[in-house]
Each structure stands twice: as C-alpha cells, then as structure tokens.
Design a protein around this ligand. Structure first.
Ligand code: ADP
Length: 159
C-alpha cells in the first residue's frame, strides 16, 4: 500500500490546499493530511484541533484521506506512518527555494522518502492561508477561497 503525507500548517485549509489534496489522493492508496505542530511558530488564528476539524469536514467526501497532526521531523513521522511519499504544492517560483531545501534535507536523512510536487492551478497561485486570514480580519471577501465549512468558521471566529 502506498501512503502519502501532505504536511502543512493549514491555518486554515484553503481551496488551493483542497485542489492539491483532491489531486494527490488519486496518486496514492492513502493520503494523510498532517497538521504540523510547530512550537517555534506563533499560535496562529486557529488551534491545531480547529484546523483538524476543518480539514476533516472539508475532506469527508474523499474516502482515502486521513487527517492527523504531528510534531518533530517530517521524515520520522513518515517512517512512523509507513509513508514513502511527501506531497507539497508549488504556487510560484517563490516557493521553490524553500521547498527544494526542505526536500533535499529530507532526502539526505531519509533516502527512501520521495517528495512529490504538484503545481498549483493558476487560479490558486496567489492564494495562501495568510492572505485568507488577512482578508477575514479586514472584512474582505473570502467565500470563494476556502471550503464552505471554513468560511463559516472564519466568520464566527471573527465576530
Ligand atoms: P507551510 O507552513 O508548511 O507552508 P501551508 O499550510 O501554508 O503550510 O502549506 C502547505 C502546503 O500547501 C505547501 O506545500 C504549500 O506550498 C502548499 N500550498 C499552500 N497554498 C497553496 C495553494 N494556494 N495552492 C497549492 N498549494 C498550496
């Protein structure tokens, strides 16, 4: 069985993430979308539990997708989950440097784990969780950028 991991902050999950999830779950038998618990990063807008809940609600139509969280090294988590593929999304050239560095570091410490990049659909190439958070904070429209469940959560969070 081929298991893939799609790691990220997902604060919150956007339609750009959803596009990557929907495309990559067809490439593996099981896709684990894993929220990174990073103690060095700010708390963010949503708690880890809220991010997990939003991911679960937004992916419930996808039968081979599992939602989880992890801390520590991604490759250790991949070994623990018996996963051989890490999926990442590439929006633009600005993502490339950071993504290449991460993939090369991971390759160095775990040669059997492959990082696979999916190129974002053009219509989502500008989209990021931070842009959505900012739009939400300043009353911008974000309904078309996130799953419906996330949109409702954002509205109630900021009320
Ligand atoms: P991180 O903090 O690890 O970058 P994110 O939640 O921002 O976490 O992103 C997780 C993954 O999703 C990364 O591979 C990122 O490049 C990708 N991604 C983010 N936004 C989009 C988007 N709009 N379209 C496609 N991929 C995206």
């Amino acid at each position: 069985m081929k298991t893939g991991i799609y790691p990220g902050s997902f604060d919150p999950v956007t339609n750009g993430h959803m596009d990557i999830i929907e495309r990559s779950c067809k490439l593996v038998d099981k896709l684990i979308v894993a929220v990174l618990i990073n103690p060095n990063k700010d708390a963010g807008l949503f708690s880890i539990e809220e991010r997990i809940e939003m991911l679960k609600e937004s992916t419930k139509h996808l039968l081979n997708v599992e939602i989880d969280s992890f801390s520590g090294l991604l490759v250790d988590y991949a070994h623990y989950k018996n996963a051989s593929i890490v999926v990442r999304g590439l929006r633009a050239i600005m993502d490339l440097e950071r993504e290449m560095q991460m993939a090369q570091i991971n390759k160095n410490i775990a040669a059997e784990v492959e990082t696979v990049f999916l190129v974002t659909r053009a219509k989502y190439s500008f989209l990021s969780s931070s842009a959505v958070r900012e739009l939400a904070l300043f009353n911008g429209a974000f309904d078309d950028l996130v799953p419906a469940y996330v949109s409702a959560k954002l509205k109630s969070k900021l009320e």
